[in-house]
Design a binder for this molecule. Structure first.
Ligand SMILES: Cc1ncc(C[n+]2csc(CCOP(=O)(O)OP(=O)(O)O)c2C)c(N)n1
Ligand SMILES: [Mg+2]
Length: 352
């Protein structure tokens, strides 16, 4: 079976690929928003304003920003716990994200869940469940529906290296391969599943598993947003052409603990320092500075947006406890996922 392993090369100056300058700025913007929102949310968590725990994707921003950016409005996304930039790319506002974290009425789940389990169906996203990697099966199911209905659409889900040890991973890959479904599996290989390093998880290079199910497998520098975009764009083209699913292994590093409570003592400091030099935001900034983009102005704009959004969410009401059981089960006609108005610069038009 066709297996394609491509080590992504750094793209500079816009010489390679489909992205226009404004797209490349949008990618940086989405990553800056993700990092800024998560940093602020961690502070709010420490101040007791975010209940539960707090998970972030510091250092992994390129994986969700780049992949989500390649998907069209009519595509469907299952977004996981380190993929905030995907929500941002789909058009979920920072104020709604902060409100979600703080359990406010104006959050995506209106106070019913916190930092991880949410997805705005209005913009084509399915909220994740905790059992990993069940969203692979959900994405596979959606792709099956697209195939049966003869629709030109694609589903995508992210999942971690830890997920590959579960049966659901193999079931989803197998069915997607057998049916040649229009689905993209983004394996976010961040070196650890909680405290378990890669060499205790699998005995092979994980991308090689794609071939075992008849899928194309691609390894990408997960800290390069543009490489992530290009790999996802190619995978989507294959899917829409009827050439079946792709597994993209995005190689990156979990730079923080598993969640706010974890000091990650088990991770060698040198490893973290090594990856710090490959920060995805710094890489994208350097490229854009090289072509004359005012990155400092963009940073200032993003900071201002985050400040305003946090204030707005802090002033939002808490949900009414009397309504806690509403919206749990479907009442009346089920509302289908919608396409939304993703604010990115129209790249998907070129792809479609
Ligand atoms: C089936 C299942 N087992 C255990 C957990 C608890 N858990 C949540 S995240 C996580 C680590 C997952 O690691 P990985 O898949 O590599 O994703 P990462 O957190 O590194 O992004 C674990 C064990 C779970 N959510 N689901
Ligand atoms: Mg992991």
């Amino acid at each position: 079976m066709a297996t394609q392993t491509a080590q992504a090369t750094a793209r500079t100056g816009g010489a390679v690929g489909h992205l226009q300058v404004e797209d490349r700025i949008w990618l940086l913007r989405a990553m800056l928003l993700m990092r800024g929102i998560e940093e602020r949310a961690m502070t709010l968590y420490r101040q007791g304003k975010v209940p539960g725990s707090f998970y972030d994707g510091f250092g992994q921003e390129a994986v969700s920003a780049g992949a989500a950016f390649a998907m069209a409005a009519e595509d469907r996304l299952c977004i996981l716990h380190r993929d905030l930039a995907a929500h941002i790319v789909r058009g979920v506002t920072p104020a709604r994200i902060f409100a979600q974290y703080m359990g406010r009425e104006t959050g995506i789940t209106a106070g019913r869940d916190g930092n991880v389990h949410f997805g705005d169906y209005r913009v084509g996203c399915v909220g994740m469940v905790s059992m990993l990697p069940d969203m692979m099966l959900v994405a596979t199911g959606m792709a099956m529906a697209f195939k049966i209905r003869g629709e030109q659409r694609c589903a995508l889900t992210w999942f971690g290296d830890g997920s590959t040890s579960r049966g659901d991973f193999h079931e989803a890959m197998n069915w997607a391969g057998v049916q040649r479904l229009p689905v993209i599996f983004v394996l976010e290989n961040n070196q650890y599943a909680y405290s378990t390093p890669l060499d205790k998880q699998f005995a092979v290079d994980p991308v090689e598993r794609a071939a075992g199910y008849g899928l194309v497998g691609v390894t990408v520098d997960g800290n390069d947003a543009e490489a992530m975009f290009e790999a996802t764009h190619d995978a989507r083209e294959r899917a829409l052409a009827g050439d079946g699913p792709t597994m993209i292994e995005a190689v990156t590093m979990r730079m923080h603990g598993h969640a706010a409570h974890d000091d990650m003592k088990y991770v060698p400091k040198e490893l973290v320092e090594e990856w710090r030099k490959r920060d995805p935001i710094e890489q994208q900034e350097a490229r854009l500075r090289e072509i004359g983009v005012d990155v400092d102005a963009l940073r200032a704009e993003v900071t201002e947006e985050i400040n305003a959004a946090a204030q707005e969410a802090l002033q939002a009401p808490m949900p009414d406890p009397a309504k806690a059981t509403e919206g749990v089960f479907c009442e009346g006609e089920a509302e289908p996922l919608r396409d939304g108005q993703a604010p990115w610069s129209g790249f998907s038009g070129a792809a479609g």
